[in-house]
Ligand binder design. Sequence first.
Ligand code: NAI
Ligand code: MG
Length: 362
Amino acid sequence: TAPHTFRIAAIPADGVGKEVVAAGRAVLDALAADSAGSPRPFAFSWEEFPWGCEYYERTGRMMDDDGLDRLREFDAIYFGAVGWPTVPDHVSLWGLRLRICQGFDQWANVRPVHFLPGVTSPLRKADDTDLDWVVVRENSEGEYAGLGGRNLAGRGPGGEVAVQTALFTEVGCERIMRFAFDLARTRARRKVSSVTKSNAQQYGMVLWDDVFRRVAADYPDVETESVLVDAMSAKFVLRPEELSVVVASNLHADILSDLGSALAGSLGLAASANLNPERRHPSMFEPVHGSAPDIAGRGLANPVGAVGSAALMLDHLGLPDQAARLRRAIETTTAAGVRTRDVGGTASTEDVTKALVEALNA
Ligand code: NAI
Ligand code: MG
C-alpha cells in the first residue's frame, strides 16, 4: 500500500526553536521510514516557513500577511519557539505564535507533565505516580485577549496609564472545561482541578467558577476541586500526586505549566498541543519552552520537549501507536543516561536525537 502522507508546516522560528524542530523532524522521519512495508505506512511531507525574528528584521513582519491562508491547507503545524532580543517580545509573540493560535481558534492548549526515568526532579519525592498530570490551558481569551490600551485619556509621558483587560466568556469557559472533563475520563484518575482567583477577581473568575460548577454536574463520575492559583502553585510542589487534569485560564496555565515542567526536571522536557478540537483549522504542536537565547546555537538544547510535542501531533493525526512508540523511545533514552546539560547530562542535542532514533527500534 502507498503510504498515507501527512502535510506538516514546520515553523522553527527563533533560537533553540531551530535546533529542536530539526531534532523532532529527524525522529518523525525515522518513524515514517520504518513504517514502509507495515500494514499502515505513512510519510510526512514537510514545508518549512522562515518566519520569526530574523524575518522581521528583513521584512518588518513576523509572518507573511497571507500566512494563515497558506497554513490552512496543512494537516498540522510543528512549531519551535519565537523571540529574540532584537525584537520586543510582545511584537514577536503576537506577530507569530498568538496570531496562529488565535487565528486558527486553537482554544485548547494541552500540556502534560510526566516523570521520566533517569531524570532527577527537584522534588524530594517524585516518581511516575507523583508526576503525571495534564495542564489544560484556555488558549483563546482570558488575560491574553489582547484588549486594552496605553496612554488613555490623553495622559502624556510620566503620567501614562495602561489597561490590560481579561476577557472571560461563558462559551470560552464552558468549552475548555468540557474538554478537561472529557480528557479526565480517559485517565486512570478521573479528576479535574480548576484553577481560580475568584476571591480577588470578582467578575471573570467568578464566571469561571460558575461555569465549572455547572459543567461538573454533567460529569458525576469525575472528582473535582477548585483551588486558588496561589494555593495551586504550592500544591504543585507539595502534593503533585493529587493532580490529574488541571484546567486554568490562559495566564494561570502559562505560569503553572512552566512550574510543572521544572518539577519534572527541566523546561526543555515539556510538550504541548494547541488544539482546534473541531478540526476546522490546523492544530499546532510546540515545546512549552521559549527560544532560550542563553543557550541557542550551541547544541545544548534539550529536544525532548519538541519530540514529546511530535508525539502529541501523532495522537492528533490518528497514529496513537506511533505516539506511544515515540514516548517509549524518550523513556529509553533518558533512562540510558543520554541527557542534555539541563537534566544533568553531557549529551548534545544531536546525540540525544540519534539515541531517540535508535531507541525507536529497541
Ligand atoms: P525560555 O523558555 O526560552 O528559557 C528559560 C530557561 O530555560 C533558560 O535558562 C533556557 O536556557 C532554559 N531552556 C529553555 N528551553 C530549553 C531546552 N530545550 N533545553 C534546555 N534548556 C532550555 O524562556 P525565556 O528566557 O523567558 O524567553 C526567551 C524568549 O522566548 C523570549 O523572547 C520569550 O518571549 C520567548 N518565549 C516564547 C515562547 C513560545 O514561542 N511559545 C514561550 C516562552 C517564551
Ligand atoms: Mg509560557
